[in-house]
Write a protein that binds this ligand. Sequence first.
Ligand SMILES: Nc1ncnc2c1ncn2[C@@H]1O[C@H](COP(=O)(O)OP(=O)(O)OP(=O)(O)O)[C@@H](O)[C@H]1O
Length: 221
Amino acid sequence: MSLIVKDVSKQFGNNVVISNYSMEVAPGEITVILGESGSGKTTILRMINHLEEVDKGSISIDDTYLVKDGEYQDNQSIKDYQYKIGLVFQDYQLFPNLSVTENLLLAPLSNKFADKAVLEERAASLLEQMGVGDKGDSKPSQLSGGQKQRVAIARAMMMNPSLLCFDEPTSALDEKTVGKIAELITQLSNQGIMILIITHDNELVKLLGDARVIRTTEFIK
Ligand SMILES: Nc1ncnc2c1ncn2[C@@H]1O[C@H](COP(=O)(O)OP(=O)(O)OP(=O)(O)O)[C@@H](O)[C@H]1O
């Protein structure tokens, strides 16, 4: 039960960003990819989330492959793989015209993940766990940055992912809110969810305590 990235390479033109790189994230483990701007953090996160293709290598979760030795798998395997991942975007990407609850329900309903009543119950309980239980009827524009982040995490958790990915989770937040988000991430990790964070924020890394830190300098040997 792990995310396994094996011998992955990626270059844009002559710009080699990642070369024969391997890493693993285990359940209950927080892995932080830390590095300067332009060092490949977004690229690896996008490859793991199937938003960018690898040039070579393999990526799998719990033995479900996205890509094996450079070969992308059939649509069903890719779908099964994607169901195992929740992604929290840097700018949250909440739908502005939908309420908070509708934002949480949209993807699982359209994927027929479960009955509406079950999903509504799950949405309410996740919003509660994230500390925004009273915001279900609000529109994203009525929320603070920290509240939007909490809603984005709840939305990413709706399909019960094994791996939760965060793209620069603290870039838009003040210091106090960063502490609260670090606490939430730790809480999710303690539930056994694999956590992968890309960031350049050393303060966040300190707040996450025993997180495993990977530096992007390891991407190219
Ligand atoms: N679609 C693309 N086409 C060409 N080059 C790209 C593309 N995406 C990324 N790059 C290049 O790959 C390198 C790594 O970029 P990446 O966005 O992964 O870095 P990053 O560490 O996430 O940076 P930041 O913290 O600024 O977001 C950079 O040199 C960038 O210019």
